[in-house]
Design a protein around this ligand. Structure first.
Ligand code: UDP
Length: 234
């Protein structure tokens, strides 16, 4: 930890301790990375959009009975959250084929999936976040079977809520990534939900309004983030 209380600097956020050992302060940056950090850049005002959008969604999820780490937004870019122990498993939820799913299985991007697909990857930058299954998670002792049961159920409930929230905003939720944490003996939703972590397409035109504009150099990246923010009526 350095003198200003910073515990950790990630790719998109800085994390600070507070006077309360159970509370952390998150500060969102405009820095953008893709392909395991190999592509680097910056998206103007992304930190503000991601902070305010994620908080808005977390508040809606809390109101619908989903436990999250959200406590309080303290500025455009900063939020107080519960200090959790992050479960080192990234949970991907897919409604429509895209990205690595399309590449891995040779399915054209945009194909509606007949079931919701849950995927897990081991949260490890060194290893490049490899795909893992329930047995691997148990074998590597990343989470217990009971924890994974809770995580899977929460992820599917969150998907149902997000599909409604985004559809009301004229957006198709293609896929997204979640992270969960352990807090006082239970599993709660942590990290963020933003155009960095979701694929969102315009319902009418199917224009991409998310980080794929940055990953694939499609232009209008900042405008896409602003458009999602505006449509959610935050
Ligand atoms: N995702 C993420 N962080 C990651 C990997 C994926 O937020 O480290 C999100 C990504 O934005 C997309 C979904 O999870 O909404 C599925 O990503 P995919 O596995 O298709 O990976 P990609 O195409 O980004 O390699």
């Amino acid at each position: 930890m350095n003198e200003n209380g910073m515990l950790y600097e990630g790719k998109a956020k800085k994390v600070y301790r507070t006077e309360d050992p159970d509370v952390l302060r998150i500060a969102y940056k405009d820095d953008a990375t893709a392909f395991d950090g190999k592509k680097k850049g910056s998206i103007a005002n992304k930190g503000i959009v991601n902070n305010r959008m994620s908080n808005h969604i977390f508040r809606l999820l809390e109101a619908r009975g989903i436990p999250t780490h959200y406590i309080k937004e303290i500025s455009d870019r900063e939020t107080l959250v519960k200090r959790v122990e992050i479960v080192p498993v990234e949970v991907i939820v897919r409604n429509i084929a895209a990205g690595s799913f399309s590449r891995r299985y040779g399915v054209e991007e945009g194909r509606e999936l007949p079931v919701t697909v849950l995927e897990y990857s081991y949260k490890s930058d060194e290893l490049g976040d490899p795909l893992i299954n329930d047995c691997h998670i148990q074998a590597l002792e990343l989470a217990t079977a009971e924890e994974m049961d809770t995580i899977a159920k929460l992820a599917l409930r969150i998907n149902e809520e997000l599909l409604k929230i985004f559809s009301d905003a004229g957006l198709i939720l293609v896929d997204f990534k979640l992270e969960f944490g352990r807090y006082k003996g239970s599993i709660i939703l942590a990290d963020e939900i933003s155009p960095d972590t979701c694929r969102l397409w315009d319902s009418q035109t199917r224009k991409k309004l998310d980080k794929d504009r940055f990953r694939r150099d499609l232009g209008d990246v900042e405008e896409a983030y602003q458009e999602v923010y505006r449509r959610l009526g935050i």
